[in-house]
Design a protein around this ligand. Sequence first.
Ligand SMILES: Nc1ncnc2c1ncn2[C@@H]1O[C@H](COP(=O)(O)OP(=O)(O)O)[C@@H](O)[C@H]1O
Ligand SMILES: [Mg+2]
Length: 235
Amino acid sequence: MKALEVRSLTKYYGEFQVLKNVSFSVEPGERRAIIGPNGAGKTTLFNIISGTLKPTLGKIFFFHRDVTYMSAYRRSRLGIGRTFQITNLFFNLSLMDNINLALQISNSSLNLEEFLRSWGFWEKRRTRVGNLSYGEQRQVELLLALAQSPKLILLDEPTAGMSPVETEAITRIITELPRDITILIIEHDMEVVFTLADSITVLHYGQILCEGTKEQVKSDPRVKEVYLGTAGEEV
Ligand SMILES: Nc1ncnc2c1ncn2[C@@H]1O[C@H](COP(=O)(O)OP(=O)(O)O)[C@@H](O)[C@H]1O
Ligand SMILES: [Mg+2]
């Protein structure tokens, strides 16, 4: 049983083909990184998987269920969680109110105190999210997705704009996620990718350039040439 299967996905924006016949699948519990240069179509792919965007052609299966035309709301209730590349929080509300709102749209029966304590945010539960640091806000975004008890979580550049210390903190949180959550992560920081991921899919101009274990992708000459731009050198 696959957690996720993306089958022959094609997406056009007008005349521009942003995804070209993209197919891949992810096992339950797998941690898959999606890497590739800016504009490769990574965020578009996530939008189609989470349901905020419809594909032109192709299908998405979530635990064998065809969700291609299901609303984003229903997908999130089925267990597809995501964070956004652009921070998506209610800045005027407290941390706890933000999480309660997320819980209302899912059917999660979460123990809020236990949850916030386990991620080290209990003491900050009454803090207005707007008063948290940028790094904390990105962590809260991740907590919002987690509070909905997802089976699959899509993380779009969770470390973007973070300091090294903040990057380390969020990487640790992701590493410590329970193994029954399948993770798809778009990430530019290769150190984070190699720390977190089991496997990597490289997207290039809307097509899969290569896919495999970290070791396979790291040593693939096409990846070195096209993406890492270090042909012939050690990555
Ligand atoms: N709503 C849109 N309309 C037209 N073009 C878009 C739209 N969203 C993204 N694009 C274009 O599609 C390409 C892929 O974008 P995106 O999926 O955001 O790539 P990535 O996340 O890999 O950087 C880019 O060239 C981008 O300019
Ligand atoms: Mg993107």
